[in-house]
Write a protein of this length. Structure first.
Length: 264
């Protein structure tokens, strides 16, 4: 069952209301009341969601929810939260799934960014995994970046694939919540294989791929390959940061060659 935190929903309501004019606040309250009263919550919610940008605007807002938010996005999350709160507990997951599958990409971005708020127990994990298969970088980023849902609920293989896809999309994987804690030998091996593959093809590895590599597990051949790459790389600072994050920036491991960077 999807169990929402009432205090967080109230906080969310306050955050949205603080950004609204009187007329916009009145419109939002009318939608909340309608969604609360109707039995056709999915239809009422999606109708209100479609009007949200026009009625409320799309300015940037701050929230306790992780990530960056616009007023439209935050209001949509609030509307769905209100729909779930006023729906029978045993039927909330079904409602969430119905809304999610009927939503357009802009709406799915909202639900995905707030997925930990809606689903602390990982009941709709399959929807997150499905969303991660998209070629839409904005939808993918909604679940992959500044979102602790994957770190909390993904099995290792799924988490590894999320990181690799983010790298293939040239996203900044430093924004993947829990990456440092979930970085393991298997992910490090996959990331290094991508480095080697790109270099063999005469292409640069993704800029932040260093944050998916465990340096202490690199062998001499791998160290030499990275050293050669970094002598002419514009991304040395990322590798320095990753080494410092792992607490190994002062080890001999990072004195690759006399000409290469020392990464300290």
């Amino acid at each position: 069952m999807l169990i929402l935190n009432s205090q967080q929903t109230q906080q969310l309501h306050a955050e949205v209301n603080a950004e609204l004019s009187v007329s916009a606040s009145d419109w939002l309250q009318q939608q909340v009341q309608h969604i609360t009263a109707t039995q056709a919550k999915s239809e009422a919610l999606l109708l209100a969601s479609a009007q949200t940008r026009r009625q409320l605007g799309n300015s940037s807002v701050h929230s306790f929810l992780p990530g960056e938010w616009t007023l439209t996005q935050l209001a949509r999350v609030l509307l769905l939260a209100q729909a779930l709160h006023t729906h029978p507990l045993s039927e909330r997951e079904q409602l969430f799934r119905q809304v999610f599958r009927s939503s357009d990409d802009d709406e799915k971005i909202c639900w995905l960014k707030a997925l930990s708020f809606f689903d602390a127990n990982g009941l709709v994990l399959d929807l997150a995994l499905q969303a991660g298969r998209t070629n839409n970088s904005l939808v993918f980023s909604a679940i992959a970046l500044s979102n602790n849902y994957p770190a909390h609920h993904y099995e290792p293989h799924a988490f590894h694939q999320l990181v690799l896809k983010a790298l293939f999309m040239d996203l900044d994987i430093r924004a993947i919540a829990g990456l440092k804690e979930r970085l393991d030998k298997d992910l490090s091996r996959l990331a290094f294989e991508l480095v080697a593959e790109r270099l063999a093809a005469g292409r640069n590895p993704p800029a932040t791929i260093a944050f998916a590599i465990l340096f202490v597990h690199l062998d001499s051949r791998q160290r030499q390959l990275i050293s050669q790459f970094l002598t002419s790389s514009t991304h040395q600072h990322f590798w320095r940061q990753a080494a410092q994050q792992q607490g190994v920036d002062q080890l001999p491991l990072f004195q690759f060659t006399q000409q290469g960077p020392d990464l300290c």
